[in-house]
Design a protein. Structure first.
Length: 461
């Protein structure tokens, strides 16, 4: 806020109090829309509404798209109907669609009623696509040309219609039925002979999204091909819109946040942390915590099966937390690596065997390392006989073998569970680190006491 005030010169509040609206309006027009949004968000309610009304219609639409849902809804309530009608019609179709998805139904109906017939038709078309699809993300504002046009004719068309396009970095070539046949960079037009044809620039090679693709596919494709925009086609190959990198960046942030929250062992929040309702946040955390709590009861049950062994050799209980935590940590590492690799497209379902082979080798190596550390810890401990008894070497071997088994199983479970979830159509991020750790805890108890029963029979057991 202070940095923006320095750019504006006088304090915004002072300009408003002195009614120097022309000066404030001119200063705001020199700023980036995102900075104007930050400035208005930091003002008191009445000041924010007055400042927003000062913005030219084009700038107001851009600034409005940078507000969060709560700020947008507040301004909708404060801005007059006439101004609101101009604002909602000037917004980019994709930003307008996102707004209508987030505001309450009665507010969305009010906004839809303010749209012109043409804008209402565009918005309704986008809203008819599935919620998480590319169709909901796209904008119909792009420039298209025909292959038989000359470069001069195409440039005239770009100058005429490019003003309203989301981007003109890429120009799309369509046939007489509207089917996409190529995409060309604007620099190709700028450097070409004006008398040449669009067809002379074409290689009929392009990358496109399908309108019903999941929006995560847009993130992967734009990142993979390093594009500022990608065309969106319907099932007939007709160009119906484009998805731009700025929209994809928002999706990538949302998806990453959702995955991180799920990996933490909870449902994804529907709003930013400080804006989420307390009851909603508790409910989304309680579900998984309850499941994990029940899972940990199985650990207690498993320990009950070995109650006799614990009574005869209490020293075994000393190393139980070490054993099961090592397996849980190893499993959490594996599941985090695999889920992230899936999210960025590095790993597909068909790669399960390669991942399994790699993780089993890693689990064995890590198990040997940690088991060796545990063995040395027991046999080199200064008061080993007093602390662990005369069979401390066998106890150390039990610790080493158990750690090897638990860490190997942990990496196996942690790496394969995301594949299982994706195979049955669930989100791999649901294979949260706490869930994997709980699963490994139960098996860790069984592996540890089974190894102890085999190696310590006839000694302390």
């Amino acid at each position: 806020m202070d940095s923006i005030n320095r750019l504006l010169g006088p304090d915004v509040g002072a300009l408003l109090r002195d009614r120097r609206y022309d000066q404030l309006r001119s200063a705001l027009m020199e700023l980036e829309p995102a900075d104007v949004a930050d400035l208005i968000a930091g003002l008191e309610d009445e000041q924010s509404a007055v400042t927003f009304r000062l913005l030219p219609r084009d700038l107001a639409a851009d600034v409005f798209s940078y507000f969060d849902a709560e700020q947008q809804e507040d301004l909708i309530a404060r801005v007059g109907t006439e101004r609101l009608a101009v604002l909602i019609n000037e917004m980019d179709p994709d930003d307008r669609t996102q707004l209508l998805e987030e505001v309450p139904a009665e507010v969305a109906n009010r906004l839809m009623a303010l749209l012109t017939p043409a804008e209402r038709s565009i918005t309704q078309t986008i809203l008819n696509y599935p919620e998480e699809s590319v169709g909901r993300l796209m904008t119909p504002d792009y420039v298209r040309v025909r292959r038989n046009q000359t470069i001069a004719q195409a440039m005239g068309h770009i100058r005429r219609y490019g003003r309203d396009a989301e981007t003109i970095n890429v120009i799309y070539v369509v046939d007489e039925h509207g089917r996409l046949i190529d995409d060309l960079k604007i620099r190709q037009f700028l450097l070409a002979d004006p008398e040449g044809t669009v067809e002379s620039l074409m290689d009929e090679s392009f990358v496109a999204l399908q309108v019903d693709d999941d929006r995560e596919e847009a993130v992967r494709q734009i990142e993979r091909y390093d594009r500022v925009a990608l065309p969106v086609l319907d099932r007939r190959g007709v160009l119906v819109g484009i998805v731009t990198a700025d929209d994809v960046a928002d999706v990538a942030e949302e998806e990453a946040t959702e995955d991180i929250q799920k990996m933490g062992g909870m449902e994804a929040l529907d709003a930013p942390y400080l804006e989420s309702g307390f009851a909603s946040m508790v409910r989304k955390r309680a579900g998984w915590l309850s499941v994990l709590f029940v899972g940990q009861m199985l650990t207690a049950t498993a320990m009950g099966l070995f109650e006799g062994a614990i009574e005869r050799a209490v020293v075994l209980a000393l190393f139980l937390p070490l054993i099961i935590s090592s397996g849980g940590n190893a499993g959490s590492q594996a599941t985090s690596l695999v889920i992230r690799a899936m999210a960025v497209g590095e790993v597909e379902l068909r790669d399960w065997w390669a991942v399994l082979s790699r993780e089993l080798a890693a689990g064995l190596s890590l198990g040997i390392l940690l088991g060796g550390i545990g063995l040395l810890r027991v046999i080199l401990w200064p008061g080993r006989v007093e602390a662990y008894g005369e069979h401390y070497v066998l106890l150390g071997l039990t610790l080493a073998v158990s750690t090897l088994g638990v860490v190997t199983f942990g990496t196996f479970a942690g790496s394969m569970l995301p594949f299982v979830l994706r195979r049955v159509g669930l989100d791999p991020a649901a294979a949260s680190a706490p869930f994997v750790a709980t699963l490994v805890d139960v098996t860790g108890v069984v592996i540890y006491f089974t190894a102890a029963a085999m190696l310590l029979r006839g000694t302390i057991l």
